[in-house]
Design a protein around this ligand. Structure first.
Ligand code: T46
Length: 137
């Protein structure tokens, strides 16, 4: 299973750091939506779903967290610990976000607008979906 982690270019000087992200340059899709989560309670795991179409880049812009990815055959856990790192999560990938530090802010750049019909929230349904639709990541 391929894990694609982007390392963005920080523009640092004596004032501090700045990271700029442009669609189709730093991010491999048109960014239609940005959302972020913070104040995540200790020991909480979020996610537990896949998407039919949505692609995303997850960036822990403050603090740390971990992402569990499953493609139906393999599982990988990816720590996000730097504000200049982004994890690409493809459409047909099950995701769970956990082990959030108290100060964690997880920002997500998404290729689609919010659409509940794009979610697969049942793991057995996900396995059937990728078997029928050729999950390859
Ligand atoms: C994903 C992972 C990484 C909205 O109204 N608009 C939105 O754009 C989003 C993302 C959520 N919501 C509402 C829907 C729920 O009532 O916010 C509430 C929490 O959403 P959800 O339970 O889906 O959150 P997570 O953390 O389980 O999953 C989210 C994204 O939904 C999902 O696409 O890949 O983060």
């Amino acid at each position: 299973m391929q894990v694609i982690k982007y390392v963005f270019q920080p523009h640092g000087d004596e004032r501090g750091q700045l990271v700029a992200l442009e669609e189709f340059k730093d991010i491999p899709f048109k960014i239609k939506r940005v959302y972020y989560m913070y104040d995540t309670a200790k020991d909480v795991t979020r996610g537990f779903h896949a998407h039919k179409k949505l692609e995303q880049i997850l960036i822990c812009i403050h603090g740390t967290c971990k992402i569990r990815l499953k493609n139906g055959k393999e599982e990988k856990i990816v720590p996000l610990e730097k504000p200049y790192e982004g994890l690409y999560v493809a459409n047909d990938m099950w995701r769970e976000m956990f082990d959030f530090s108290e100060d964690a802010v997880l920002m997500v750049l998404a290729s689609e607008l919010y659409d509940e019909n794009d979610y697969i929230r049942d793991y057995d349904e996900f396995i059937k979906y990728i078997a029928q639709n050729g999950g390859k990541k």
